[in-house]
Design a protein. Structure first.
Length: 218
């Protein structure tokens, strides 16, 4: 037998990268199945199509997430990023004037943006993307969370508990890691949706105004 054959990797030997990919796929698949199981009745008509394409999207998402060179550590077993959590939600420090100046200059379709949510006594920051800009009306439309003024103020009844924030390292770290606060104190981090993980993988940590190109959409 040729000695070189002894140096060939066996099919059961898994590299660190492959193991991380497998763990991440499993975590994302379980999470999305749970999310789909909780869909409201009016969305069930599309359930079969979503299930049929789920494996494709999970595999592509896991690949893109692992390839992304960002600022945060990835926990592939839980499908989440982690970083030390601030004592209080950093959104409280933001003011309307800097938010307005940021979106006056950088608003564009495809820009990944952070959105502050305050519901009852719980606070967290979501990730979304701009899909329409109305400079004449001084507003932007976010794909999932509706219209906001350039200064961050919500403009719809169904997003009245939300506020568009300026993207900063502190804000984006909290959003990507799912940090939450309950009654002003740190709470257990939430798990990001598959869509949010994909948006996070597009972040350009050197310049949030110039996100990386979208490789896929949900």
């Amino acid at each position: 037998m040729n000695n070189s054959s002894n140096q060939q990797p066996h099919f059961w030997q898994v590299s660190a990268d492959n193991q991380g990919y497998t763990e991440l796929c499993n975590a994302l698949y379980e999470r999305e199945l749970l999310r789909l199981s909780e869909l409201p009745a009016e969305q069930l008509a599309n359930l079969a199509g979503r299930l049929a394409s789920l494996t494709f999207y999970v595999r592509r998402a896991a690949s893109h997430i692992l390839q992304h060179q960002g600022e945060l550590q990835l926990d592939s077993q839980n499908g989440s990023w982690f970083s030390p959590q601030a004592k209080q939600c950093p959104a409280r420090k933001q003011q309307a004037a800097p938010i307005d100046a940021f979106y006056q200059k950088y608003s564009a379709p495809g820009l990944v943006v952070p959105i502050y949510v305050m519901h009852l006594s719980q606070e967290h920051i979501l990730l979304d993307s701009i899909d329409e800009v109305d400079f004449e009306g001084l507003r932007v439309h976010c794909n999932q969370h509706g219209w906001f003024a350039l200064s961050g103020t919500p403009l719809q009844a169904d997003n009245s508990e939300k506020f568009l924030l300026k993207a900063t390292k502190t804000i984006m770290t909290a959003a990507c890691c799912g940090h939450q606060w309950l009654k002003g104190d740190r709470a257990t981090p939430r798990l990001l949706s598959l869509r949010e993980l994909l948006l996070a993988s597009r972040l350009n940590w050197r310049n949030f105004a110039k996100p990386l190109p979208a490789k896929m959409s949900l």
